[in-house]
Design a protein around this ligand. Structure first.
Ligand code: 2RA
Length: 350
């Protein structure tokens, strides 16, 4: 009998993509149960070509569930994932609640799939979308050249902040459309947009905002520290030096990262291209002469991390610079969670 899957947060931005992914990948599930807040209970959603009624989150909702995926805010996961485990499920959590718990593996199936079996709490964590976009490309280069340091700048899409982020950007774009003075010395974008900033600290339309997440010690943002801490854990490099600057840009879906990676041995761009060309989950798009770069408008809706602008640092033969873009709702969230769950389905079905 195929295992039973629960999708908690089925109606959110990531949950919606999850249902598409479950409908298009090889089917490894028996029942798929859709769970959401009481507000969404009773809605009917399509998965695997069938209409399924959403049920309200409750302890009983997990009865008979083998694998429970959580695409919900940190505090909801922190409370409910252990309950799902107590009811007999393995939890795969896409929130930040458990990622740095030493008893919870942080799994990227292309990099450390064996870690799914090492789950003393019955919980497996999915990495943050910004980390996921770049780590799929960094890991094979680390294996080849021995990573020492990462200097990162992210260009993050508004859907990382959920449906409210998407709605906010579209509303703001409608307010500025057609006004050719806006953004100049005499055209005040803040005034045109007004107070409705949604989940962002400043207007996103016609702007970039060097902030994502919440304020942490030393002026770092939570998102920047996630890139550091999660990269260390996934790569098994507790002393890796990582400095990240996270920036929100007016893109709907597709997180990008400019990566400066310093290695223990000398690198060259062609060698890196060869390594990345054979790496799972990576596609190289790198032909500047033809205008071919990794970009969100092309990467959205696709599974791999798109990598390009691959070049050796001019001043350091051990450093590579490149640019990577991934769909933050797919590989950055739903797809990676689905891939982890598929490993569990294979284990439970064996
Ligand atoms: C963001 N990485 O882009 C966050 C979502 N987990 O806002």
């Amino acid at each position: 009998k195929l295992p039973t899957l629960a999708v908690v947060g089925a109606t959110g931005a990531v949950g919606t993509v999850m249902l598409e992914i479950l409908s298009s990948r090889k089917n490894v599930w028996g029942e798929i149960r859709l769970i959401a807040s009481a507000r969404s209970a009773g809605k009917r959603l399509s998965v695997r070509g069938e209409e399924v009624e959403v049920i309200a989150l409750s302890e009983e909702a997990f009865d008979g569930v083998d694998v429970a995926m959580f695409d919900v805010p940190d505090e909801i996961s922190a409370h409910w994932a252990p309950i799902a485990v107590a009811r007999g499920a393995i939890a795969v959590d896409n929130s930040g609640a458990f990622r740095m718990d030493p008893d919870v593996p942080l799994v990227v199936p292309e990099i450390n799939p064996e870690q799914t079996r090492n789950r003393p709490k019955g919980i497996i964590a999915n990495a943050n979308c910004t980390t996921l976009a770049m780590i799929v490309a960094v890991a094979p280069l680390h294996r080849e050249y021995g990573l020492r340091e990462l200097v990162l700048a992210s260009y993050q899409a508004v859907s990382g902040a959920g449906q409210i982020g998407i709605d906010t950007l579209h509303d703001q774009l409608a307010k500025v459309a057609g006004d050719r003075i806006l953004g100049s010395r005499t055209g005040n974008v803040r005034q045109a947009i007004g107070d409705d900033l949604g989940p962002f600290p400043a207007p996103l339309a016609l702007n970039v905002v060097p902030w994502a997440g919440s304020l942490k010690d030393g002026g770092w943002s939570s998102e920047e520290l996630k890139m550091r801490n999660e990269s260390r854990k996934i790569l098994g490099l507790p002393d890796l030096k990582v400095s990240a600057t996270c920036v929100r840009v007016p893109v709907v879906t597709g997180h990008s990262v400019a990566v400066h990676a310093v290695f223990g041995s000398e690198v060259d761009a062609d060698g890196a291209r060869e390594v990345l060309g054979g790496a799972p989950g990576v596609i190289i798009v790198d032909d500047p002469a033809e205008g071919e770069f990794p970009m969100p408008i092309d990467a959205v809706g696709t599974d791999p991390s798109w990598v390009g602008r691959i070049r050796r640092a001019v001043d350091d033969p051990r450093a590579l610079d490149f640019f990577v873009t991934g769909d933050n709702l797919r590989k950055g969230a739903a797809l990676n969670t689905a891939q982890i769950a598929e490993l569990l389905s294979a284990e439970l079905s064996a």
